[in-house]
Ligand binder design. Structure first.
Ligand code: GLN
Length: 496
């Protein structure tokens, strides 16, 4: 565990300067990351699809743009997209056998924006099937390994993107977060990830899990890099009816704002039973650093926190059961090879095409939406969702940002929770309420446990306070180096 100085350690702003001055070409940069993917992906399994020719074609195009002075800030910089985003001409599987033969015929809005910015697509990253999971073990393509310790999960569901950034297989990646899937794997792999306010990033072309909760965001090594990718990803899109019409923002604008007098709220429910002692100690140290930068802490309460997991596991499956009804073997995706009639085709296709966790969610969702149970479960969960949002609204009268752990414990071992869905669900205990309220949240590296597995702290802000969250994280990253640590396993070849 140490910091390095090679090209893979240069942030996006630095890479942009090097590309502009032609100190490196996009083709050279892309080749370096493709070389690292070839070297490390067989072990880490972060990518489902890599297409070197396509990536190099993007890079040549970027070099032409740069040479003609027409590039924008991120032109020529490689990135990876979670395999939940449709990318024109790319296999887009969502981690499922159901879509194992699906080549997207169009670009998701986010993919289109990155392409228009001249970024180079390195490949599509592995994920829990249909983004349902917290460990990447539900992927049809096999689990992703945590670059810090290959016995550990990388978190989920954006575990491929997280591991790819941590292992320096890409400078930056996209992820999606329905209940924690950007923040939880970011915490477990020692990277920085932001889940924006619901509606800030378009969901068009992002395969739907729970539409009222799903939100895409950046995953990178630093808050500064997340801000730069947010500048590309965010913005209104008429093709998503929940996409918000707001003036364009520069997410880097408050990175340098000092923290003097800044009020950090500490929810007592996040520091209670269930929080691992090593995680708690790391969060305490981070608070000392932030106080040293002039921030003040205030004790707050989010009294309905304990209800977030039960409410989520009614609402998310309900929405998923509706969203996933389109996978029926008729129009696209997997179709069972043998069947006797249409009903049999549907049944066999869905039984064979979906994994256990996805089938479990569809059954729960169908149940809670069914006549007789709708009021008892679905309507009740919606009411609880409102109470949770009100808790946050009250808390933000007393503080500017809420701080706590991202996860109760560090990355766990493969297999340790895969037979116990409820234990798995609990790893999102601190992240889920944020999605239910539609708020922005991020995870920032803040230490390691005794086994060298990363610890993340979570920052939660009021609606549209992404720039402020990124600013707090950036100030913290100016005086700490947790985010700059490189997994020992992948240090080889870093300073090319
Ligand atoms: N782990 C949670 C779940 O399984 C959250 C997933 C997500 O955010 N996509 O639903």
């Amino acid at each position: 565990m140490m910091t390095e100085t090679g090209i893979t350690e240069v942030g996006l702003a630095g890479l942009s300067r090097m590309l502009a001055k032609r100190q490196v070409s996009s083709v050279e940069l892309t080749q370096e990351f493709l070389r690292r993917i070839t070297q490390w992906n067989p072990l880490i399994n972060a990518f489902i699809t890599v297409d070197q020719e396509r990536s190099l074609a993007d890079a040549r195009l970027a070099d032409t743009l740069l040479a003609s002075g027409k590039g924008s800030l991120l032109t020529g910089i490689p990135l990876a997209h979670k395999d939940i985003f449709c990318a024109d001409g790319w296999l887009t599987t969502c981690g499922s056998k159901m879509l194992s033969n699906f080549v997207a015929p169009y670009d998701a809005h986010v993919v289109g924006l990155c392409k228009a910015a001249g970024m180079v697509l390195l490949g599509k990253t592995n994920m829990d099937e249909f983004a349902m999971g917290s460990s990447n073990e539900t992927s049809y393509y096999g689990a992703v390994k945590n670059p810090w310790d290959i016995a550990a999960v990388p978190g989920g569901s954006s575990g491929g993107s997280a591991a790819a950034v941590a292992a320096r297989l890409t400078p930056v990646a996209t992820g999606t977060d329905t209940g924690g899937s950007i923040r939880q794997p970011a915490a477990m792999t020692g990277i920085t990830g932001l889940k924006p306010t619901y509606g800030v990033v378009s969901r068009y072309g992002m395969i739907a899990f729970a539409s009222s909760l799903d939100q895409a965001g950046p995953m990178a090594r630093s808050a500064h890099d997340c801000a730069l990718l947010m500048n590309v990803m965010a913005g209104h899109d008429a093709r998503d009816s929940t996409s918000l019409q707001r003036p364009a923002e520069d997410y880097t604008r408050t990175l340098d704002q000092p923290l003097a007098g800044f009020r950090i709220g500490l929810p007592r429910e996040f520091f209670a039973e269930g929080l691992g002692s090593e995680v708690a100690a790391a969060i305490e140290s981070a608070l000392a650093v932030l106080r040293g930068l002039g921030a003040k802490t205030v004790d707050i309460s989010l009294p309905n926190s304990a209800l977030s997991i039960p409410a989520y596991y009614v609402l998310a499956p309900a929405e998923a059961s509706a969203n996933l009804s389109r996978f029926d073997g008729v129009r696209y995706g997997y179709r069972a090879p043998d069947y006797v009639d249409l009903d049999d085709m549907y049944e066999k296709t869905r039984a064979q095409g979906f994994g256990d966790e996805v089938r479990r969610r569809i059954m729960i969702g169908t149940y809670v939406l069914s006549h007789g149970y709708y009021d008892a479960y679905y309507v009740k969960a919606q009411q609880v969702r409102r109470l949770i949002a009100q808790d946050f609204a009250r808390a933000f009268d007393e503080c500017d940002v809420i701080l706590g752990p991202t996860t109760p414990e560090t990355a766990f071992d493969f297999g340790s929770k895969s037979d116990d869905p409820v234990a798995m669900y609990l790893s999102d205990i601190y992240t889920i309420a944020v999605n239910l309220a539609g708020l922005p949240g991020m995870s920032v590296p803040s230490g390691f446990d005794g086994r060298g597995r990363p610890i993340g702290l979570q920052l939660i802000g009021n609606y549209f306070s992404e720039a402020r969250l990124l600013g707090v994280a950036h100030q913290y990253q100016q005086v700490t180096d947790w985010h700059a640590r490189v997994p020992t396993l992948v240090r080889e070849g870093v300073s090319a």
